[in-house]
Design a protein around this ligand. Structure first.
Ligand code: ADP
Ligand code: MG
Length: 261
């Protein structure tokens, strides 16, 4: 029996085909892998499997990088970088459900409460990044920017579209509720967004330095603040962080406040 024709004999433009199929990693690695396969006697299956695995891994990394950029994290923080021996008021296990691949599907919410520098923003970004690694999207926004944006949109009759932008990401991080003075319409615009996300079971992560009982004052409307918290906490929890600021951990006589707020 004569040997089957090789690819070259068939004159198939494999490179061109890989380009057409948008498989750039396979195309890039093909020559080296073909050489190595021949030298080491890989099976056809192994050869193909390794190339495809590289393509998938690369594609996933690209997706993660893109999603992380679109999340507008103030800086990229991971859970692995968080020092739980410094922040002893929180056990890593308590965050387990939020780090789980099912976190988004379960539509959980979280309020991280505590003074400045206790790691609230770091943790929320880390949870958002983990969700991205699990294939979802995230969006970080400071409460004052979110409320300003929605309040301005509301004045221009565009509240619906503006709210939609914050409805889309799988995980929405609303940072620093109650730090700065929020606009008078804060409760109104925030309620619309929280209610819509709650209906879609889309996770929300909040950081705040004000106990939830004070959110009525912060948002200038006690009834609406209650309605917001009711929805957030139906499938959510409040975790309180304590301790000295990590920002000033090098100063022995550190005051409670760091510069970033
Ligand atoms: P908060 O939002 O509570 O004011 P941040 O999360 O912004 O505090 O933390 C301030 C800085 O300290 C960030 O750079 C953060 O990465 C770091 N940080 C805070 N707590 C920890 C920790 N336990 N382990 C590692 N880094 C921390
Ligand atoms: Mg913060």
């Amino acid at each position: 029996m004569s040997a089957a024709p090789t690819t070259d004999e068939l004159s198939i433009d494999l490179e061109g085909l890989l380009r057409r199929l948008h498989l750039p990693t396979m195309r890039r690695l093909l020559p080296a892998y073909a050489q190595q396969a021949a030298a080491e006697g890989w099976s056809h299956r192994d050869f193909l499997a390794r190339l495809v695995a590289e393509e998938v891994a690369n594609r996933n990394n690209t997706r993660i990088q893109k999603a992380a950029r679109r999340a507008f994290f103030p800086s990229l923080k991971t859970i692995e970088e968080f020092d739980f021996t410094y922040q002893t008021s929180l056990k890593r296990q308590a965050l387990g459900p939020f780090l789980d691949p099912d976190f988004v599907a379960q539509g959980r919410n979280l309020v991280l409460l505590g003074p400045s520098g206790t790691g609230k923003t770091h943790l929320c970004c880390a949870l958002g990044y983990k969700a991205i690694q699990h294939g979802h999207s995230a969006r970080f926004v400071r409460a004052c920017d979110l409320i300003d944006d929605l309040a301005a949109a509301s004045k221009n009759g565009r509240l619906r579209e503006a709210t939609d932008a914050y409805l889309e990401p799988s995980v929405l991080i609303i940072d620093e509720v109650g730090y700065l003075h929020h606009a008078d319409s804060a409760a109104n615009v925030l309620y619309g967004l929280v209610d819509a996300r709650h209906q879609k079971r889309r996770p929300m992560l909040f950081t705040t330095n004000k106990p939830t009982a004070k959110w009525g004052d912060v948002l200038h409307d006690h009834q609406l603040a209650d309605a917001i918290l009711d929805r957030v906490l139906e499938r959510g929890s409040v975790i309180e962080l304590r301790g000295r600021s990590y920002r000033t951990k090098h100063h022995r006589a550190a005051t409670a406040d760091g510069a970033e707020g």
